[in-house]
Design a binder for this molecule. Structure first.
Ligand code: NI
Length: 137
């Protein structure tokens, strides 16, 4: 019997979606307002989901306080109020789309989650646009 526990988190960050191989016109056409050369911010809403067996003694899949602290340390402290393009090493040569941010978050958390448990990242870039990543199977 596997149960999923979910913890919500939040960070604000600035980014610019841009591919230097493309000219300005194509960048504007594909990335629209997210191509603004002066950057812009998003209020990212995050849900971290851990799926696994319930520990028979604690009754937990994972200690929620521990998970909350892990997300604060590894995700919020790392990304909040940052310029993703300029300040986060993973995005030095990777476009900071919601898809890529979700993968980066997953990679930062995965080593700390029990290997038997599943980890899924749900990331909202806007209230209507969100992505999910559960790792490669
Ligand atoms: Ni944007």
């Amino acid at each position: 019997m596997r149960v999923t526990v979910n913890r919500k988190a939040h960070f604000n960050a600035a980014h610019r979606l841009h591919l230097s191989d493309w000219d300005d016109e194509k960048n504007q056409e594909v990335f629209g307002r997210c191509n603004n050369p002066f950057y812009h911010g998003h209020n990212y809403e995050l849900t971290v989901s851990v799926t696994g067996k319930i520990d028979p003694s604690t009754g937990f899949v994972v200690d929620m306080k521990w998970l909350a602290d892990l997300i604060t340390e590894k995700v919020e402290d790392y990304l909040d109020h940052k310029n993703l393009n300029e300040q986060i090493k993973e995005f030095e040569s990777l476009n900071p789309t919601a898809e890529n941010i979700a993968v980066v978050i997953w990679k930062r958390l995965r080593p700390f989650i029990n290997a038997e448990n599943g980890l899924k990242i749900t990331l909202y870039e806007t209230p209507r646009n969100f992505v999910e990543f559960s790792g490669e199977e």
